[in-house]
Design a protein around this ligand. Structure first.
Ligand code: GLN
Length: 190
């Protein structure tokens, strides 16, 4: 199944190359979404990388990608948001709405514990195993709403969650060698 999948990676800004490398390692086809025309390609899942969520939102809007992507997500396109990608999907961000607002989570930007910089953890992910977690000016999930399953917590804060076919991590699994989280996403699609 994995061999036939095609994943679109939002490639406007941020850490998209690392996601592509991870999918290469897993033998999954992918392509970059940079402009409206790229959405003519058929694809089975979408990755929203880390970076700067406010910049990504601005570019999505300017490039006329915001509405078509919201529509696809609402129609059930599987999506995986890491860090800034989590912020784009969250229904509430620091008390307001930021971007797609498709997932029943409340996110707080740049506020993971006291550590505003980068840090590293290794905690259990879903029902798999402990995975390496790199946090870079990460958000955390303050609370989750209906139909959201918590997949990981770090220092008592929610670091990964899933709602149907939407998966988010506050950390960057693409920056480690461990393929667990990406495999989880691919299985979610399959
Ligand atoms: N701090 C960034 C934001 O608010 C997210 C950081 C990241 O993606 N590594 O969008």
């Amino acid at each position: 199944m994995v061999g036939y999948m095609k994943i679109g990676i939002l490639a406007l800004q941020g850490a998209f190359v690392e996601h592509a490398a991870m999918l290469d390692r897993l033998g999954v086809q992918h392509f970059e979404i940079r402009q409206r025309r790229d959405l003519e390609t058929e694809f089975d899942g979408l990755i929203l990388p880390g970076g700067e969520s406010t910049v990504m939102k601005k570019l999505l809007y300017e490039l006329d990608l915001l509405d078509p992507l919201i529509k696809k997500i609402q129609e059930g396109l599987p999506v995986f948001g890491t860090c800034a990608g989590l912020i784009l999907l969250a229904k509430q961000v620091n008390g307001g709405q930021l971007c797609f607002a498709s997932m029943n989570i409340t996110a707080r930007r740049n506020a993971y514990g006291r550590q505003l910089g980068s840090f590293y953890a290794c905690e259990k992910f879903a029902d798999t195993k402990a995975v390496p977690m790199t946090f870079i000016r990460a958000p955390y999930i303050e609370s989750v709403g209906k139909n959201v399953e918590i997949l990981a917590t770090v220092d008592g804060k929610i670091a990964a969650a899933q709602q149907g076919r939407q998966l988010v991590t506050a950390f960057h699994p693409e920056l480690s060698e461990d393929t667990t989280v990406h495999q989880y996403f691919l299985e979610m699609i399959g």
